[in-house]
Write a protein that binds this ligand. Sequence first.
Ligand code: NAD
Ligand code: MG
Length: 387
Amino acid sequence: MRVSVFGATGSIGESTFDLLTRRDDIETVVLTGGRNVTRLAEQARALRAGLAVTAHDDCYRALKDALAGSGVEVAAGTQALVDAAERPTDWVMSAIVGAAGLAPGFRALAQGATLALANKESLVTAGPLLMAEAARHGARILPVDSEHSAVFQALAGEDIAAVERVIITASGGPFRNWTRDQLEQATLAQAQTHPNWSMGQRITIDSASLFNKALELIETREYFGFDPDQIEAVVHPQSIVHALVGFRDGALMAHLGAPDMRHAIGYALNWPDRAALPVARLDLAQLGTLHFEPPDPERFPALRLAREVMEIRGHAGAAFNAAKEVALDAFIDGRLRFADMARLVERTIDHLSAQSCLADPVVALETVEAMDHMARDRARSLAAGMA
Ligand code: NAD
Ligand code: MG
């Protein structure tokens, strides 16, 4: 099988790399990364990749030098990265973080490749477009977000019309029991420490603010097509149950597993087969109990905002994600306080919905990108006023 990995040097990328190195039936077509060219070159050599691409033009020389004599082709820049998705392949891991992951995934679908989608932002910003593109080219999108992989697995062989509701779990993050006042004071160091999962910095902070769960509610709606009122989130601090699907006969099918992304990645890699995976096995008797509690949209407004976005639909997801990315950058840079991230996103959405363009249905990638830019501009100027 031919595979390409976009965002190979990240957290999901490394877990994918780990699984690929354990196989001897894989031909690696493309690996991409950012500024970490040393690691990208190591991966490209280990997998004998056809092409390695860094997203940054100024990293070309360093990547070229690191791959001298390896036979791996080298390219750099945003355009080269997107073009690399046209290299003939069978399976593409979409593991770039943020809206930048959308374009390569789109191109991969156009060649009919299976898209293993970790980049939830693709569905949040352009869900209807992405699903239509897959259908048009007879390509398949397989969810890699753990909750969505869990829902997908719980639905296997079931009649989707018999589904009553879907419940995705949230760990609650490091601030699960914090008061509103404490949340105002949360620091970067505190926000980037996740109790259960080891992930990239951005999704880790999004997990602390529950923006990650907000994105995932929208992702659930866009990928599976359920109505917003069929989709729930429940806090489950142990991260053992990843999602549950409720059917009209009252049955709940739950997916359980250790918090290790190699399960969801491996499931997508081997689908429709189930192959052995190097993940820890659960000992239920040792676990003893599974704990659940309701999420609190008062302390974590991201959940409430996700409901608004699902109601408006159209370009609201693109605006929501772009404003969230700006807010996150500002928090990481120390220009915005933790609780102000949600305020900034809400103000951006309010401003754009007053201009009424938010609800226009998504028909082209260009309008999604235009909304992304508009929301970033608005969020940046609002952020400057809040700092
Ligand atoms: P990460 O920050 O660890 O890695 C991101 C990768 O994308 C790196 O290879 C980086 O070089 C590259 N990249 C970053 N910005 C880029 C840009 N503008 N252009 C091109 N390449 C760029 O992120 P991650 O935690 O692996 O997450 C990747 C995606 O998977 C995100 O969408 C995230 O929400 C999703 N996801 C991650 C996890 C997890 O456990 N880490 C779980 C579920 C979903
Ligand atoms: Mg998830």
